[in-house]
Design a protein around this ligand. Structure first.
Ligand code: AVJ
Ligand code: FE
Length: 376
């Protein structure tokens, strides 16, 4: 799919918009934080930054098989080194990384003008940068530094929801779109589901506190075997960043302590906690097929928190890796759980109904919450 001339201004505009957001996101942070290994499960922020440029160079500038000019493949190919090792590699310093991104961008725009690459490659690179923005915000939150928390007041209160019935019958899961969709969203295929019920909104903090006060973190029967093992090892008593005080539950959000806002969706819960709160409510997690059908037929509230589903990450029937197996295929493993919907930190270019996110079930640094389903 080559790029039509009339598409060029939109592509150039999106490249600029997304880059501005990346730089704005890092702007308030000093170099010391940018190079720090904040957590063993995250890259140093300056690695994410240069990796964004490296990925752009790979897909939008370099010719097939061409090496990166200054040997950056060894440093910025995500499969060469674990995240925890990256701060001890000779990675670019913040000023060098910024200069590298600028240089790549200059060449990207030249190529775009002279001999544009296939349109989907621009979509790939834009979405890649946006996904790393969300990853970087997770790292900033983990670091605990004071940071102008974005979008905080945009979350409207969500009153406790009623169930919505989704009637039995076939629907189309996934898409055949080849412009914006990732390989793991294809091919579209018909799935037949029994009727089920699903809540129209994610579980709120207020409801999650009820779960905690009901002994949710102490009662074995709410937890799966793996979940209970995780709970014992982690000694979790509440979502990540929460703390019980004399004045009630507080949380740390981008360096600020604040009372947990009762009407916001609960955030920073693992898959295991999502399962447990479901069991406490007498419900269950939706499968990702149920999630997508409900989103199509009932109009979901996308973009508040990522929602854990009960599905493990795998290829749809007829899946073909494209354009590289390391985006999705190497993660098709039973231990990876699918999350759907998108969080407040997810750009609309990424948060589409068919988009599939995934992570290990124990992860809580994600802006992750939970929505409850049940059999009809
Ligand atoms: C889709 C968020 C799981 O961060 O591992 C970024 C996105 N892939 N660079 C990840 C991704 C390659 C991916 N997730
Ligand atoms: Fe990446």
């Amino acid at each position: 799919m080559t790029t039509a001339v009339h598409e060029l201004p939109r592509i150039a505009g999106e490249l600029e918009r997304v880059r501005e957001t990346t730089l704005e996101l890092l702007e308030p942070l000093d170099d010391e934080l940018l190079v720090a290994q904040v957590s063993s499960i995250m890259s140093p922020l300056v690695w994410d930054l240069a990796h964004i440029g490296w990925f752009e160079e790979l897909w939008l500038v370099r010719r097939d098989g061409e090496q990166s000019a200054i040997g950056l493949d060894e440093l910025y190919d995500a499969f060469r080194h674990e995240r925890a090792e990256r701060s001890s590699l000779p990675i670019l310093r913040p000023a060098e990384a910024r200069a590298y991104l600028e240089g790549v961008r200059r060449r990207t725009l030249e190529v775009l003008e002279d001999e544009p690459r296939d349109a989907y490659l621009y979509g790939l690179v834009l979405q890649h940068e946006l996904q790393h923005q969300e990853t970087m915000l997770q790292t900033v939150q983990l670091s605990g530094v004071a940071y102008p928390a974005p979008f905080h007041d945009d979350l409207p209160p969500s009153p406790e929801p009623e169930d919505v019935l989704v009637t039995a019958g076939p629907f189309t899961l996934g898409t055949n779109d080849r412009l914006w969709a990732y390989d793991n969203e294809r091919p579209a295929h018909v799935v037949e589901l029994p009727a089920f019920r699903i809540e129209p909104r994610p579980v709120t903090n207020k409801r999650f506190v009820e779960f905690i006060e009901a002994g949710g973190y102490r009662k074995r029967h709410y937890w799966s075997d793996d979940g209970w093992r995780w709970l014992r090892a982690e000694r979790a008593e509440a979502p990540l960043y929460w703390e019980r005080t004399d004045g009630g539950w507080q949380r740390r959000r981008f360096g600020q302590r604040e009372p947990v806002p009762p009407d916001e969706p609960v955030m920073h819960v693992s898959f295991y906690e999502a399962e447990a709160v479901s069991a406490w409510a007498g419900k269950r997690l939706p499968t990702e097929a149920e999630w997508e059908k409900a989103a199509r037929e009932t109009g979901a509230t996308l973009g508040r928190v990522w929602e854990w589903t009960s599905s493990t990450f795998s290829g749809y029937p007829g899946f073909e890796a494209f354009p590289y197996a390391e985006y999705s295929e190497v993660f098709f493993r039973d231990e990876q759980r699918v999350l759907r919907g998108g969080s407040w930190a997810t750009d609309p270019l990424v948060a589409r109904i068919t988009f599939r996110n995934w992570d290990f079930p124990q992860r809580r640094q994600l802006f992750s919450g939970v929505r409850l389903a049940s059999d009809a």
